[in-house]
Ligand binder design. Structure first.
Ligand SMILES: [Zn+2]
Length: 142
């Protein structure tokens, strides 16, 4: 599985806007896409509800999640990344994030809003092990 997430500037700003909108709660969502040229290429961003409405963790609505997975499957896409925000902490996976990383094939994008400038970092979390991955922000994935 690639350790590189390719995302457009517009997609990333949609994710950051969603994070800002949900503040002080954590925001979450799924980045759907395909694997190509050794990268996880984002095609569509699903901005979802954090049903936990918490500032320190997130929980996706299982029905909404089911619909998103159904639509992705129909469109031939994969959940290439799961994203969530950290309103008051760095863009580093929490213990909770490690424990609840149920998608070892997906990358995890964390957007931190703790500083004036939002910080986005990508990780692979598998078997409780965290590895930082890379993110490439492009103008258009085509
Ligand atoms: Zn987290």
């Amino acid at each position: 599985m690639p350790h590189l997430l390719r995302i457009t500037r517009a997609q990333l700003s949609a994710v950051i806007s969603h994070a800002n909108l949900c503040e002080p709660e954590e925001a979450c969502g799924i980045l759907a896409g395909v694997y190509a040229d050794g990268a996880a290429v984002v095609k569509k961003t699903y901005l979802m509800e954090n049903t936990a409405h918490s500032a320190t963790f997130y929980e996706m609505d299982s029905r909404e999640q089911f619909q998103v997975f159904d639509e992705m499957r129909r469109d031939g896409m994969e959940p290439v990344a799961i994203f969530h925000s950290h309103p008051h902490s760095p863009a580093v996976p929490s213990q909770h994030d490690r424990d609840l990383a149920f998608y070892p094939d997906s990358l995890y994008l964390i957007v931190s809003l703790m500083n004036q400038e939002p910080e986005s970092r990508v990780y692979r979390i598998a078997d409780g092990k965290v590895e930082e991955a890379e993110m490439e922000v492009v103008e258009d994935v085509g």
